[in-house]
Design a protein around this ligand. Structure first.
Ligand SMILES: Cc1ncc(COP(=O)(O)O)c(C=O)c1O
Length: 407
């Protein structure tokens, strides 16, 4: 077989399984999010409203963030010019790490180029620091955690999603003297459900395990200063390593861990994914720091975000849309069939200028294919009215099931 043929086979397999991904090209308009312009493959343009972005609070266009980025760009130029060890550590990186350590009430924080890399690099490095480490990982953890755990060569146990009794069984089955770490998330991004943080911390205490939490879909949005669900529930001190992103609620780019000084020092010194890569551009660090700082006090924005999510869920429910509601900001409407999900997404986009990406297997289990809406403070009543009208008419058009309202 030729190299070309191998590529054809790999791509063809995705087409055959209905898993081939097509990207929608959009240009977002600063100051007008969630409005954007779609560029169709034929070059024509269409105004669209983005309903599936993870710029959850609209911070990607916030004047405080943009000003900080412009200032840094004008003062120090574009790239950092090096790895953290070789000329790539600047005052901007240090200031952002200080801001993040303070956010989570930890001694230290360590920046990575994304939260994906932060998860992968940290989890794959921990067994080097704790020989014989066993990692207990929630079955629905993000791909970046799975990859980090998989690559680390250490022992792993997968516990059923949010099943603390199963986690206990697994912990009990292992050598009490073995070093252990429990890795899980605070908000799972596809269902919008919360991890049982306190119960997991109790188990960690009982079995002398370290705790690692991914707060990627919570930082900036939960807790009185945006420190995530661990801050909201006053549990941050019981978590050894907190992972977060600067690319979603903070609206910029980058990822991090926050932990003890010693833990950060060790990861900094041993993780290839931290050591051997160019650090974030200073302007990115400056924008992220401004965003984190701003959201430490802007509770009104957090409240508005939650209110918009509640309103959207209430309005969907009134039309009998089958949605998953765990009380978070994520609004998944279950279609339950990949063909219908893609069809709905295409019709929303082409006929109504509403952009929501279909979510299919393997991202979610078969039979739970969905449209995942992410309402934000910048999705006002007009955008919401348009969305509700479009969904209602398409739901009828496709003769999809509606749920009876309880009570
Ligand atoms: C749970 C979770 N962790 C980590 C990441 C990676 O974050 P980043 O985009 O900063 O790499 C994502 C991204 O979607 C995520 O959903």
């Amino acid at each position: 077989m030729t190299y070309e043929a191998y590529l054809d086979q790999a791509i063809g397999q995705l087409h055959d399984e209905g898993r081939y991904r097509t990207f929608i090209d959009i240009v977002r308009h600063k100051g007008q999010f969630p409005h954007a312009t779609r560029r169709r493959p034929d070059g024509s343009e269409q105004p669209v409203t983005v309903w599936c972005g993870n710029d959850y609070l609209g911070m990607g266009q916030h004047p405080v963030v943009l000003a900080a980025m412009h200032d840094a760009l004008d003062s120090v130029g574009a790239g950092s010019g090096g790895t953290r060890n070789i000329s790539g550590t600047t005052l901007y990186h240090k200031a952002l790490e200080d801001e993040l350590a303070d956010l989570h009430g930890k001694e230290s924080a360590l920046l990575f180029t994304s939260a994906y890399i932060a998860n992968d690099a940290t989890l794959s490095t921990l067994p080097k620091l704790f020989p014989g480490l066993i990692i207990y990982s929630d079955a629905l953890n993000h791909a970046s955690m799975i990859e980090g755990v998989r690559r680390n060569g250490g022992a792993k146990r997968i516990f059923r999603h949010n099943d603390v009794a199963h986690l206990r069984e697994l912990l009990e089955a292992d050598d009490p003297a073995a070093p252990k770490l429990i890795a899980f998330e605070s908000v799972y991004s596809m269902d919008g459900d919360f991890g049982p943080i306190e119960a997991i911390c109790d188990l960690a205490d009982e079995f002398n395990a370290l705790t690692y939490i991914d707060e990627v879909h919570a930082v900036g949005m939960y807790g009185p200063r945006g420190g995530g669900v661990t801050e909201r529930d006053r549990l941050a001190q019981r978590i050894d390593i907190i992972n977060g992103t600067l690319a979603k609620a903070y609206g910029v780019m980058g990822g991090y861990i926050a932990a003890s000084e010693k833990m950060c020092d060790a990861i900094r010194s041993y993780a290839p994914g931290f050591i051997f890569t160019t650090s974030l551009p200073p302007a990115v660090a400056a924008g992220a720091a401004a965003s984190v700082r701003h959201l430490k006090t802007d509770q009104a924005l957090r409240d508005l975000h939650q209110e918009r999510a509640r309103i959207l869920k209430t309005r969907f429910k009134a039309f009998g849309m089958p949605l998953i509601d765990h009380g978070s900001h994520i609004v998944p409407v279950i279609v339950g069939n990949p063909v219908h999900t893609k069809l709905l997404s295409d019709m929303l986009l082409d006929d109504h200028g509403i952009y929501v990406q279909p979510i299919n297997f393997p991202t979610v289990p078969r039979g739970t294919e969905r449209l995942r809406f992410t309402p934000s403070p910048v999705h006002g009543p007009d955008e919401m009215d348009k969305l509700i009208r479009a969904m209602d008419s398409l739901w009828s058009h496709c003769a999809l099931n509606r749920q009876e309202l309880a009570g």
